[in-house]
Design a protein around this ligand. Sequence first.
Ligand code: ACO
Length: 319
Amino acid sequence: MYSRITGIGSFLPGEPVSNGDLARRGIETSDEWIVSRTGIRFRHLAENGENASDLALQASRRALAKAGLEASDIDLIIVATSTPDFIFPSTACLLQSKLGNQGATAFDVQAVCSGFVYGLTIAEKFIRSGSHRRALVVGAEVFSRILDWSDRGTCVLFGDGAGAVVLEASEKPGILATALHADGAHHGILSVPGSICGGQVTGDPFLRMDGQAVFKFAVRVLAEVANECCQAAGIAPSEIDWLIPHQANVRILEATAKRMKLPIDKVIVTVDRHGNTSAASVPLALDEAVRDGRIRAGQKVMLEGVGGGFTWGAVLLEI
Ligand code: ACO
């Protein structure tokens, strides 16, 4: 038994917020600096009170509609998020309740910007084992909640959003190969090093990053893991129709394509309009490129994640 994506949906909250809008809100930055360093022009920011499960709900409803399924048809719900509504219960359980599903297996995955690729790989294993038949895999983030808006080196990079897929058991292969990795020795280069203790925040509750170390790490592992996944599926990287790496930065996407000897026009880019939406970035990009007709049935698509932990991974699939 294999597994196939049968529905994709995504959701971005509110209106696009431009680099100029951020500067007007008092952040000491410029459109020129942000675009030249990152390629980011816009991001979306959730309203106060609009949580990861709310964004996940909108994306999930769209994915279920595309798959022609009801929420009650789903027997596995995985939400990848680093910005959950609560410490517990999981955002997956909150989403389940909002969708009106009862009884499905539901849990969150915490692998930061690799979360969706981790979640999709886990769902694939559940389905291939025969224990589950129809999974909803969601990446949903409100990173705006963990940004230090006085740190211009990080706050301009991120945005909020959600993307979801329905993965169903199938006799025809959809997911062709997967690879997941982590190296916790690099936990310090990208983290939110705070926690709650006795009702108080201890440590630092904001996202902190060594940008240059992250850049070098991301470019290396994104190329390596894509090649590993191609090898596992027995195809050459040149046979990939579309590459969808985690959308952190246009320069990371360009450097990854170059290392893989792929033309940049085979790479789906949304970071210019979404910013970095962490676990939501890959399904948001997948949804956009399927909806606008670039990704077509029968094509091979490589999804890639890299993020805090450090974690990284790839999923090669046929649409
Ligand atoms: N606007 C204007 N100036 C800024 C801004 C800003 N938003 N942010 C930083 N600067 C200034 C700095 O203060 C510094 O000024 P100084 O020279 O007077 O001290 C100067 O710009 C250079 O700062 P650096 O941090 O050295 O800039 P760098 O060229 O390294 O670019 C960046 C920073 C864009 C973050 C880069 O390191 C990068 O792209 N890293 C990849 C990290 C990434 O994409 N992370 C996303 C999360 S990780 C993930 O998703 C896997």
